[in-house]
Design a binder for this molecule. Structure first.
Ligand SMILES: [Zn+2]
Length: 74
């Protein structure tokens, strides 16, 4: 899910860290280091940021099998 990268830098200078998330939120994005010149008040060091684009996308994970779909015959 993380595709091999674990960090990113935002245009404001903040450094992000990607971690494995929980069911329904595959990746947790944590603001690892707040940039001194960052103008965003919602960028708080060491707190998680949530990627809302991820949430708007349909899930690419396999869900639980639908009832009956994988039942074996007799
Ligand atoms: Zn920032």
């Amino acid at each position: 899910m993380l595709k091999g990268f674990t960090h990113a830098r935002l245009s404001c200078g903040c450094r992000l860290s990607f971690r494995e998330g929980v069911e329904g939120s595959p990746v947790t994005v944590v603001l690892e280091r707040k940039a001194p010149g960052c103008p965003h008040t919602f960028h708080v060091e060491s707190l998680p940021l949530f990627d809302h684009r991820e949430a708007l996308r349909p899930s690419t994970r396999l869900g639980p099998p639908e009832a009956g779909e994988f039942e074996e015959e007799g």
